[in-house]
Design a protein around this ligand. Structure first.
Ligand code: UDP
Length: 441
């Protein structure tokens, strides 16, 4: 009888043990090597900053001692391998309190880049797959807090941690640090109130998250409540500033959602925080995913001939059970409008996405409000161009520092220079003016 190959003899057993031992050693050595480079960077850079900033650190320590009677405050946090550590801050409210944390980085409790350090009570609710964060040193900056700051943290914190775990390199850490510093400058590091409605020049924008916005749309369809949703960026608000009809249409919309870093900066100027950048381009694939599970159908209207059809094909590839009720380009004559509306209504779509650019799409939807049947109508701007594959979207790192608009400007300078180079400063000036008049003197 043949011996069972799975049950080896003593020699084979020995060599198996050797193989297992070798594999464990090799894997640990590889992990150590991978860890060594970011750790070396942390040591060298934190040491450099501690020496370079020593006069400032000394001054901040004196300010802390004089104003509060003690130099440091310590917070108990959970670090790598669930080891508790004390995160240091200089006492008092003067700027630069967080600089004391450089000593935590030098000591190895923390890193410049890593998952956000958590408190003891926060880790109690973590699921096993979220525990991957404990194989890394917690970071002064994390991918999730960067994305949250600029309003694009649409996925969960643990997804960002997992993303970071699998992609971490020294170059990536330096990039994250640089992007976080820029994010701090644009959106501000401090926590400000998050009112449910943001007011800009008479337009009320809902301050919400991506998930809530999608839930709201789905619920409106379930309740059969006809709704018009608009997305506004600084350019739209500049138009609304002088275009009375467009402003009226926005004020009558069931929901106006915030689009872009400009609104984030505007919020900062108004001393409030934007919860999320709920723009149409990021909402679209998430809405398609949800529509697929809910069995809701979409009609795509707008873009150059063939663009909406290409979007429909691409989305069908990504979401095979998604119901796409129909498509039509956005270049039809006024005489054809009736036939277009008839076709949309015949499709029985639950959602109508109109992409003619602002304010044309909002005005068209308002003019044909009573004739249209789809329950929720959204004016979505140029997003079909991205999802048709016709126009590349800005890389994620550019979106993380609020520079998507520069990407668009570089791709279509002739059409967009006025919108961004004149429109952005004009918007900020108008927000500043609004703040001055709103603030009681
Ligand atoms: N468009 C259209 N019909 C028109 C004018 C424009 O379908 O009569 C489309 C155009 O092809 C483009 C989109 O509307 O896909 C406008 O994009 P834009 O970048 O201006 O929109 P934004 O997102 O900036 O509002």
């Amino acid at each position: 009888m043949k011996s069972d190959p799975i049950i080896p003899g003593p020699l084979a057993r020995k060599s198996n043990i050797f193989l297992i031992w070798w594999r464990i050693w090799f894997e640990n050595a590889a992990i150590l090597m991978m860890d060594m480079l970011p750790r070396t960077f942390d040591i060298v850079f934190s040491l450099f900053l501690l020496v370079f900033l020593s006069p400032i650190l000394l001054l901040r320590a004196i300010v802390a001692k004089v104003s509060t009677g003690k130099v440091f405050e310590a917070e108990l946090l959970i670090g790598r391998f669930r080891t508790p550590f004390l995160r240091l801050r200089f006492s008092g409210k003067a700027p630069g309190a967080g600089l004391a944390c450089l000593s935590n980085i030098l000591a190895g409790d923390m890193a410049f880049a890593g998952p956000r350090p958590m408190r003891e009570d926060e880790i109690l609710n973590l699921t096993p797959d979220q525990s991957i964060r404990f194989t890394l040193r917690p970071g002064l900056y994390s991918l999730y807090s960067l994305r949250r700051k600029v309003g694009i943290a649409y996925d969960s914190e643990s997804m960002s941690d997992i993303d970071f775990y699998y992609t971490e390199t020294v170059k990536g850490d330096v990039g994250l640090l640089a992007r976080s510093l820029i994010g701090d400058m644009l959106a501000g590091g401090d926590l400000r109130p998050t009112p449910p409605i943001l007011h800009f020049f008479g337009v009320d924008i809902v301050n919400t998250t991506m998930d809530e916005a999608i839930d709201w749309i789905v619920n409106r369809i379930r309740e059969n409540a006809i709704s018009f949703v608009a997305f506004v960026n600084p350019d739209c608000l500049n138009i609304a500033y002088t275009h009375e009809k467009y402003r009226q249409v926005l004020t009558k919309a069931e929901r106006v959602l915030p689009d872009g870093i400009g609104i984030n900066i505007g919020c900062r100027m108004m001393d409030v925080s934007l919860m999320a950048n709920v723009n149409g381009t990021d909402l679209f694939p998430r809405l398609c995913e949800r529509a697929e599970t809910e069995g809701l159908s979409l009609y795509l209207l707008g873009g150059k001939p063939g663009v909406a059809a290409a979007v429909s094909n691409n989305m069908r590839d990504r979401f095979p059970r998604l119901k796409l009720a129909g498509t039509r380009d956005g270049y039809f004559s006024p005489e054809e409008t009736e036939a277009v509306i008839e076709e949309i209504n015949r499709s029985n779509a639950d959602l109508l996405l109109v992409a003619f650019g602002a304010p044309k799409q909002e005005l068209w939807l308002a003019d044909h409000h009573d004739q249209l049947k789809p329950c929720v109508r959204l004016g979505v701007g140029g997003l079909f161009d991205f999802y048709s594959g016709k126009m590349p979207r800005a890389p994620l790192w550019m979106r993380e520092i609020g520079l998507e608009w520069t990407w668009r400007l570089l791709h279509e300078p002739g059409r967009l220079w006025r919108r961004y180079l004149i429109g952005n400063p004009l918007f900020l000036y108008r927000v500043w003016k609004q703040k001055r008049t709103d603030t009681p003197t």
